[in-house]
Design a protein around this ligand. Structure first.
Ligand code: NAP
Ligand code: G4F
Length: 375
């Protein structure tokens, strides 16, 4: 049985990847952080009975800042594959915690690579490093001749997060070249899902849209509506992480959809899912979105209602204005074909958030339900 170790297993990607690897018959080890509240919501459905003899998911307490802990866990698991997904992954928050981000997202990667090397596992263990399109920084002049970022485009990170991740990128490449380790970077563009953290922009929008439609919230405040992102579905992207480690050769790969969309358009698409047409008025910090039409009898929102304003506190000291990736290499060499496009993604997230918020609404109105009633 193949053995995998996932750092960041409690996160969006870690949870989908754990599902995928369990389906493929792997023994899956995951590192979770000690927290004062339960932090395993996203993987609880995979972890029914830790004492069952056939349980193939095992969690270990740990942290990417603790080398001894990481070395001990890797020695115990003897993994065939390590997926290093653990990170402080919020770009805006990285401006508030730059040193911590350097330690976790940058040096954390080194700790994993060095543990594998010191334990003499460099021939056995393949390593996936969660690199990011934030490395490119959105500089227009660095796109290729077709207008995309690809594996050869120069990097220009624009946040402490991006700078820490660039260390992770290069140290992975260096260990591959210096010690002949099978260590690869997946340079992933933004990927979202119903399990996306609530403070990333897509999930913030789909949650707020669902709550506004159900009368639980009046409006949402966002930052830069002009920012453009290449958004895919996390399920498609974790499948590609696995494919990267099954390849014949260790390399770095761009994973993206090749399309880019503004935050404003994502808002428009989310409201359209509940039958609401929006009209955007004003510019910059004065921009607002108002309800123009409401075509869904289930969700009655008054015409002219203001449902979105700009709050400059969400602006970043330095912004990445535009990201668009070229996944040609992954498609041609590994045969990656995504199942979801942006419309499917928005539908999936909206369906899930409407269900979740209906549960909230039901409870708010004095109802009682078991957790899975609305699943
Ligand atoms: P996420 O939902 O924020 O999950 C991050 C995971 O890392 C969580 O399990 C978190 O634990 C864990 N973590 C945080 N600090 C840690 C530490 N000090 N030690 C050990 N674990 C720690 O992120 P994601 O969206 O799944 O992304 C997965 C990885 O891909 C990250 O490295 C991210 O930077 C990178 N990435 C993401 C995207 C994207 O669009 N999603 C794109 C490119 C790259 P808690 O649950 O306890 O917080
Ligand atoms: O959803 P975001 O916070 O994601 P961001 O900064 O692109 O980072 C995500 O994708 C990276 C891959 O490129 C990952 F490496 C990283 O870990 C993370 O998963 O913001 C997207 C855009 C930004 O331009 C931001 O300024 O949306 C803009 N935005 C506008 N209003 C907002 C908001 N972002 C957030 N989080 N909250 C807002 O209210």
């Amino acid at each position: 049985m193949k053995v995998a170790l996932i750092t960041g297993i409690t996160g969006q990607d870690g949870s989908y990847l754990a599902e995928l690897l369990l389906e493929k018959g792997y023994m899956v080890h995951g590192i979770k952080r000690r927290s004062s509240l339960f932090n395993t919501d996203r993987i609880d459905h995979l972890y029914q009975d830790p004492h069952h003899p056939k349980q193939r998911l095992k969690l270990h307490y740990g942290d990417l800042t603790d080398s001894m802990n990481l070395t001990r866990i890797i020695e115990e698991c003897q993994p065939d594959e390590i997926y290093n997904l653990g990170a402080m992954s919020h770009v805006k928050v990285s401006f508030d915690t730059p040193e911590y981000v350097g330690n976790v997202d940058g040096l954390g990667t080194l700790r994993i690579l060095e543990a594998v090397r010191l334990l003499g596992l460099e021939k056995k263990t393949r390593i996936y490093q969660a690199s990011t399109s934030e490395l490119y920084g959105g500089l227009a002049e660095n796109k290729n001749e077709r207008g995309f970022y690809d594996e050869n485009s120069p990097f220009y990170p624009r946040s402490p997060y991006g700078v820490a991740k660039i260390y992770g990128f290069w140290i992975t490449k260096n260990y591959r070249e210096a010690y002949n380790m099978f260590a690869c970077n997946g340079i992933l563009f933004n990927h979202e899902s119903p399990r996306r953290g609530e403070t990333f922009v897509t999930r913030k929008i789909t949650r707020a849209t669902a709550r506004i439609a159900l009368g639980l919230q009046d409006k949402v405040y966002l930052g830069n509506l002009d920012a453009k992102r290449d958004w895919g579905h996390a399920k498609d992207y974790v499948r590609m992480m696995w494919m990267i480690l099954q390849a014949d050769k260790a390399e770095d790969w761009v994973i993206a959809t090749g399309k880019t969309t503004t935050v404003r358009e994502f808002v428009r698409m989310s409201f359209a899912e509940v039958g609401v047409e929006l009209e955007f008025k004003g510019k910059g910090v004065d921009e607002k979105a108002l309800v123009k039409k409401c075509n869904n009898p289930e969700y009655q929102i008054e015409i002219g209602k203001e449902v979105l304003s700009v709050d400059p506190s969400y602006f970043r000291p330095t912004e990445v204005d535009l990201l668009i990736g070229d996944p040609t290499k992954a498609k041609e060499k590994l045969g990656w074909v995504p199942d979801y496009d942006l419309k499917d993604l928005v539908e999936d997230m909206m369906r899930s958030d409407i269900k979740l918020m209906k549960k909230d609404q039901y409870l708010k109105n004095g109802g009682y339900t078991t957790l899975n009633y609305f699943e």
